[in-house]
Design a protein around this ligand. Sequence first.
Ligand code: ATP
Ligand code: TZE
Ligand code: MG
Length: 267
Amino acid sequence: MQTETTPGTMLKAMREKPPLVQCITNYVAMNIAANVLLASGASPAMVHAAEEAGEFAGIASALTVNIGTLSTQWIEGMRAAAKAANAAGKPWVLDPVAHYATAFRRSATADLLALNPTVIRGNASEIIALAGGQSRGQGVDSRDPVEQAEDSARWLAKRQQAVVAVTGAVDFVTDGERAVRVAGGSALMPQVTALGCSLTCLVGAFAATAPEDIFGATVAALAIFAVAGEDAALGAAGPGSFSWRFLDALAAIDSETLDARARISAA
Ligand SMILES: Nc1ncnc2c1ncn2[C@@H]1O[C@H](COP(=O)(O)OP(=O)(O)OP(=O)(O)O)[C@@H](O)[C@H]1O
Ligand SMILES: Cc1ncsc1CCO
Ligand SMILES: [Mg+2]
């Protein structure tokens, strides 16, 4: 049954019962992603080794998988964890960082897509390329506007039976039927590395809190990022001070503030 809960309600529920989220993310993102989850009210665990990732996915409430700094041994851990999450009926989120860049990444991404991620979160260049479109992406940063990725996102969501989130200046989320845009944030956000990777982990945290409403959980994660980005930009002298202000802003946002300030519109 579909329950309609607001981002603020989900945030409150998450903080009352912090979900354990297994984050298989890249070396660049690990520290900031863990801090983003703690500031938001979730409990992160960066567990990726092939020997234990599957076992740990049985304990965690959600899993996130990010291919940013890939190696063969990690792929084994990712696959084992995704299979275990599926077997346990727990949500898992895929972040296909620069999946178009090399044959190694393309192959790993195809294998992970075959394991049916619950949510796919990427920037516009990544989502366009996942749907087989003409992406301008080269490395990990987006070189395409979100508007250009919206049709790709809808197509991908239908094909994968997943929620797809495209982030950028104004984010776009769809499950193939419904779609919304989430406005806010700051132009300083792409100037700080791995905030998108951290957001992927936070989508996992909200999905763990509201597994019955994955679309709403994804929107909630994007919405708190948008509001925190606006707050952090106030008084930030540049990317450095923005980064620590962003963590403080995430921690300071309460459920009422989130619901009052989230800018979510039907697309
Ligand atoms: N120009 C912008 N204005 C406002 N917010 C932005 C802008 N660009 C990105 N964001 C926000 O930054 C966050 C990260 O999204 P982004 O699309 O930069 O991820 P990404 O490219 O995967 O990042 P990374 O790979 O460095 O982790 C999202 O919350 C998004 O809304
Ligand atoms: C910079 C970078 N390189 C691989 S992953 C990553 C973090 C942003 O996606
Ligand atoms: Mg990224």
